[in-house]
Design a protein around this ligand. Structure first.
Ligand SMILES: [Zn+2]
Length: 337
């Protein structure tokens, strides 16, 4: 971790009104000696009050959040809010423009680069700016994801428990207000470089979530994210309205890597289960076919635990080590209820 971020913006993040502009990443190359890479950023503020920081395009091939946040920038009226909303619809700008998970500039995965490095390559520099200038300013951080090109998900809002009760309770309350059909508690080791890292550094509650995948735009995912972001503003008191939800969310968790299934060899993955299926330990979740060796029988892949199929690989051709499926299980923990 190194010093001050070199990204700069002409926006005044503390001024009232609506400002739509960019944060600029210095990028000096042969075709542009003094050039910058502009990354969209907006702030809408009206007086004192809570700050929501919401971003998408952390992974550039996850689209629902990018669409919803651009729409939010166009439509949010400062006169309709109390407090502040900071919106970054294409957080890893170069990756988002390329429609790719990682940046074409440095191969960087922004969601493995936090808290970032002011002297690092572009992706690590962006992470440093988000950590120091945006997460540090907010009362709630929302990072919108989807499965990207290689995975498909059942939709959910998520949080990672920090062990700090006050922060975890605020995250859980915000997750309930978001209005997704499932709340997932991720079991993740820290520090893992994800956007949870700056949230933890600044003791800010953070919501993640997956709202589609397969490298396409989910209509229902866009609707869910749009309502969820609005519900989050309502929950914080930024909008003077009540969150709108359809019933109670199912509280679930992703415990650890034992609830994942990986390809043991290369081949074409033919699933034997669907998203949303309840499976038991030993269930064959699919086969890896090798039509280049037609005499060889397909290789079955079993899952090691009981659970709900939350995520599936969205690309047929696999290499050894590709994630094929992972599960979620019901959680009953009064600490976060
Ligand atoms: Zn993602």
């Amino acid at each position: 971790m190194a010093g001050r971020s070199k990204l700069w913006t002409t926006l005044d993040l503390d001024a009232d009104g609506k400002q739509v502009g960019t944060v600029n990443l210095p990028h000096s190359v042969t075709r542009s000696a003094y050039g910058v890479i502009p990354i969209p950023l907006a702030v809408v503020k009206n007086g004192d009050g809570p700050t929501l920081f919401v971003m998408a395009g952390n992974h550039g091939d996850e689209y629902e959040g990018q669409i919803v946040l651009a729409d939010l920038i166009r439509t949010l009226d400062p006169g309709a809010i109390r407090g502040r909303v900071i919106v970054m619809p294409m957080a890893n700008g170069p990756a988002a423009r390329a429609g790719a998970r990682v940046s074409p500039l440095d191969g960087g995965n922004l969601n493995r680069a936090f808290p970032g490095d002011a002297d690092g390559s572009p992706t690590w520099q962006i992470a440093r700016y988000i950590t120091d200038a945006l997460v540090a300013r907010c009362d709630l951080f929302v990072d919108l994801h989807a499965g990207g090109s290689s995975l498909s998900y059942l939709p959910f809002v998520s949080l990672v428990l920090t062990g700090e009760d006050a922060v975890d309770r605020r995250a859980m309350a915000a997750a309930r207000a978001f209005g997704a059909p499932r709340i997932i508690v991720w079991g993740k080791a820290e520090p893992d470089g994800t956007s949870t890292t700056p949230a933890r550094l600044h003791r800010v509650p953070k919501l993640g979530g997956e709202y589609g995948g397969s490298g396409v735009v989910s209509r229902s995912g866009v609707a869910l994210v749009a309502r969820g972001v609005r519900n989050t503003m309502a929950h914080l008191g930024i909008l003077d309205e009540a969150p709108r939800r359809d019933g109670e969310p199912r509280l679930m968790e992703i415990k650890d890597r034992r609830y994942y299934a990986y390809a043991p060899c290369e081949g074409i993955f033919a699933p034997a289960v669907d998203l949303g299926d309840q499976v038991t330990a030993g269930t064959v979740i699919g086969h890896l076919h090798a039509p280049e060796y037609p005499a060889r029988p397909p290789v079955p892949v079993a899952i090691g635990h009981d659970g709900l199929v939350l995520c599936m690989r969205a690309i047929g051709r696999c290499e050894a080590g590709d994630c094929l499926v992972h599960l979620a299980t019901d959680r009953d923990d009064p600490i976060v209820r």
